[in-house]
Design a protein around this ligand. Structure first.
Ligand code: SF4
Ligand code: SF4
Length: 98
């Protein structure tokens, strides 16, 4: 059987009634929490580019914090933060829970 080309595949639709990622607060899934050190941060935004949950908060092109309601604690931001800077550190929620 011949496979369809991309031109023959129907254009994807969006189901608004299903909600969106902004609606679902996934912060409760987190085991590790990224802790941001504003003093060390050079605002390179590597963490913002890499975060799969858009949880890095910006204002006027600079990082201003982390949206813990949506951060799942994957640790990608801390991995991407330059080693020399190390402005993000992953800590167990049980160590930082407030
Ligand atoms: S831990 Fe993951 S979800 Fe949370 S801010 Fe970092 S990259 Fe985003
Ligand atoms: S990757 Fe690190 S230095 Fe760059 S904006 Fe994020 S926290 Fe700041």
């Amino acid at each position: 059987m011949r496979e369809k080309s991309w031109r023959e595949i129907p254009i994807g639709g969006m189901i608004e009634d299903a909600g969106n990622a902004d609606t679902y607060e996934t912060g409760s899934w987190r085991t590790y929490r990224p802790i941001w050190d504003a003093e060390k941060c050079i605002h390179c935004l590597a963490c913002w580019i890499a975060c799969p949950d858009s949880a890095i908060q910006l204002k006027d092109g600079k990082m201003v914090g982390i949206d813990y309601s949506h951060c799942k604690g994957c640790g990608i931001c801390a991995f991407e933060c330059p080693d020399k800077i190390a402005a993000l550190e992953m800590k167990l929620e049980t160590e930082v829970n407030d």
